[in-house]
Design a protein around this ligand. Structure first.
Ligand code: CP
Length: 303
């Protein structure tokens, strides 16, 4: 039995297979419409979500399976003090696979170690968000035709952003990737990630102004400054509108520079950018369903 805690749990070759499967699902969804008949997915979300939870649920329903779960810790027995390890033992009696989001880093890992069904980390604190990374990689592969040889700008909250940490780890395994980290001083990438990039001789630079680097990017990954990760409101208010991608900044970008965002967005991308063909963050959501379908099939060993 296999879990997914971190995008690095899958080798590059395994990811290629997963993305090929997701691409086939996109091409011929009917072929997969009954693959999970009789199977249940449990979504255990201790933290708010729109995309990830509903994307998992859509994925399972598209595969002919069914879904149970909770979307709020307050409506689960966690509010009575039940541990994650007890909860997953119980969920294992009800479902065949579980997607778990939790505000505490490592909680899905604890669940996996007590589970008799596959557990997928659907985001743990500021740590990892592997299925968002699978979504991001599939989007890039589908729209750019490759996962190597590009310059990617990653902008916003690079310190607390779990989508950023997972994506940087995952992309580090492909050749010819240059990272440009764009953040205020207070939200720079964590030291451990910087050291890892140095150790692996990966090319990266850190800058503060988006305008200074816009013209060299093949991909721009925007992220939200996350109110829920700040210790005080004052810092959040000071930093929340540090970056606002608008038409004027898009005018500096390459003609084929794609703009991604894990969403939700707040102010960091102006709605005037949505109609720009290079803005692909809503397409990204659709790729998220295909890749989660492929992941469920893979972890349930139905392919
Ligand atoms: N991208 C993402 O994780 O969105 P949600 O928080 O809505 O699931």
């Amino acid at each position: 039995m296999r879990h997914l805690m971190n995008p690095m749990d899958f080798s590059v070759e395994e990811l290629e297979k997963l993305f090929d499967l997701a691409a086939d699902i996109e091409k011929d969804p009917e072929k997969y419409a009954h693959k999970c008949t009789g199977k249940k997915l449990a979504t255990c979300f201790y933290e708010p979500s729109t995309r990830t939870r509903l994307s998992f649920e859509s994925a399972m329903l598209n595969l002919g399976g069914s879904v149970i779960g909770f979307s709020d810790a307050g409506s689960s027995s966690a509010s009575k003090g039940e541990s994650v390890s007890d909860t997953i033992r119980v969920i294992s009696c009800f479902a065949d696979i579980c997607a778990m989001r939790h505000p505490k880093e490592g909680a899905p890992m604890v669940a996996a170690s007590h589970s008799s069904i596959p557990v997928i980390n659907a985001g743990d604190g500021g740590h990892q968000h592997p299925t968002q990374t699978l979504t991001d990689l599939l989007t890039i592969r589908s729209l750019k035709g490759r996962l190597c040889d590009f310059t990617i700008g990653i902008c916003g909250d690079l310190k607390f952003g779990r989508t950023v940490h997972s994506l940087v780890n995952a992309l580090s395994r492909y050749s010819g990737i240059k990272f440009v980290f764009i953040s205020p001083e207070e939200l720079r990438i964590p030291g451990y990630l910087r050291e890892k990039l140095w150790e692996n001789a990966l090319t990266f630079e850190e800058v503060i102004r988006l305008e200074d680097v816009m013209s060299k990017l093949d991909l721009l990954y925007m992220t939200r400054v996350q109110r829920e990760r700040f210790f005080n409101e004052e810092d959040y208010v000071r930093l929340k509108d540090f970056y606002i991608l608008n038409k004027a900044k898009m005018a500096l970008a390459k003609e084929d520079c794609l703009v991604l965002h894990p969403l939700p967005r707040v102010n960091e991308i102006s709605v005037e950018v949505d109609s720009d063909p290079r803005a692909v963050y809503f397409k990204q959501v659709q790729y998220g369903v295909y890749v989660r379908m492929a992941l469920i099939l893979t972890l349930l060993e139905l392919v």
